[in-house]
Design a protein around this ligand. Structure first.
Ligand SMILES: [Zn+2]
Length: 392
């Protein structure tokens, strides 16, 4: 089916398109030609493409069809830096041992290529469909994320564009293609702690105010905090101490200041507000005479879950039909742009095996790319039936 896709188009299949995208060196926030490639491909197939640029970040909104319902696909073409230890060209897009190698192979140029090819195939078979497809591609998911999918959503709101459901094509399968669909994500927040005392000579500690003992005591309490035991849909919340610094190179100087960073991944039993309240109380309890502890909080996203319904069944059915594997519905892992999209539409995530993401010699099985494109094509084909059922 997909082989017949691009008779008049410059790529023939999702594997070729993934390789072409890998050859675009799009390390955040560099566009690298990746979004231009997709824009040209989608425009030639009749999609109305809008480039959305904000603060130097390139994003793309591409829509086919003028009637609802609107099924969206979201993904990113930016990749993390290459790092050390590669045995394959990170931007070569080479195939060997049945695998396609390169930065972004699994996270997530294969996902983007698979849904773009599935969408192209669908509109070629259905030039006048009874649904619309919206493809949302960002060049800023691996970076701060402020000018990526958020910029697309702002543009959509300003132009009356909506989604009824959305699929994010991030890698979701731990080991085997088809085994996991993400229906939600834990929230993520970071507390930046700064303990301030008074610097002094280590031989005369009574003349200094050492910020380290109260900061260490606070970190000890935080490390021991059992936040919860998990919920029906989520694993237990976790807290990790990620940095402790004084910047003090001297063995005989009591530092005047010390800092620490704590990252928290939380489930639906908490919110960033409720956690912040608890943290503030713990910080206040750790302060001693002459040492203050300041705390800055950065919230990356609240936890969310998309309640299983007919759309979930459609995605699950498509995965099972094309991979032969019954997927589990999970909320595990880090954050993704699904945390933004869920504000406007129910969102699920399904993609390839993510084992090598962000690692040297990142790769994806060629057969998994084809399977993913078939899953997406099948669920686009079944989508109007599902939404009709939901509206009955
Ligand atoms: Zn990703």
């Amino acid at each position: 089916m997909l082989a017949a896709l691009c008779k008049e188009l410059p790529v023939t299949d999702p594997v070729t398109l993934t390789a072409d995208l890998i050859r675009c060196a799009s390390v955040t926030p560099v566009e690298g030609g990746a979004i231009s490639l997709l824009e040209s491909l989608l425009s030639r197939a009749g999609f109305v493409c809008t480039r959305i640029e904000r603060n130097g970040v390139h994003n793309l909104h591409a829509r086919y069809g003028t009637t609802g319902p609107v099924l969206g696909f979201n993904g990113h073409t930016d990749v993390v830096p290459v790092g050390e230890g590669w045995t394959h060209d990170p931007f070569g897009g080479t195939i060997s041992d049945g695998k396609l190698w390169g930065r972004g192979a699994c996270d997530m140029k294969s996902g983007v290529a698979a849904f773009v090819c599935a969408a192209l195939d669908f509109v070629q078979d259905n030039p006048d469909p009874d649904l619309s497809l919206a493809i949302l591609i960002t060049g800023d998911e691996e970076g701060p994320g402020l000018d990526g999918t958020l910029a697309i959503l702002d543009w959509m709101a300003a132009h009356g564009e909506t989604l009824d459901h959305c699929i994010v094509g991030e890698p979701t399968c731990p080991e085997r293609m088809g085994e996991m669909i993400k229906i939600g994500r834990r929230g993520s927040m970071t507390a930046y702690l700064t303990a301030t005392g008074m610097q002094g000579h280590a031989a005369y500690p009574h003349r200094a105010r050492n910020p380290l003992p109260p900061l260490i005591a606070l970190l000890d309490r935080l490390a021991a905090w059992q936040m919860d035991g998990g919920t029906d849909q989520f694993d237990p919340s976790t807290l990790s101490i990620t940095t402790v610094d004084t910047g003090n190179p001297a063995n005989n100087v009591i530092p005047g200041q010390a800092t620490a960073t704590v990252n928290i991944r939380f489930n639906g039993a908490h919110s960033s507000v409720s956690i912040t309240e608890i943290l503030r109380a713990m910080v206040a309890g750790a302060e001693v005479e002459g040492v203050t502890i300041a705390m800055d909080i950065k919230v990356s996203g609240e936890s969310f879950v998309t309640a299983p319904d007919a759309f979930t069944d459609l995605v699950r059915g498509a995965v099972q039909a094309e991979t032969g594997v019954e997927p589990v519905l999970s909320t595990s892992g880090g954050t993704s742009d699904a945390r933004f999209i869920r504000r406007i539409a129910p969102v699920l995530e399904f993609g390839v095996v993510g084992q090598s993401m962000h690692k040297a010699d990142e790769h994806v099985a060629v057969s998994d790319i084809d399977a993913l494109a078939r899953v997406y094509r099948r669920l686009i084909g079944g989508y109007t039936d599902v939404l009709a059922k939901r509206l009955v």
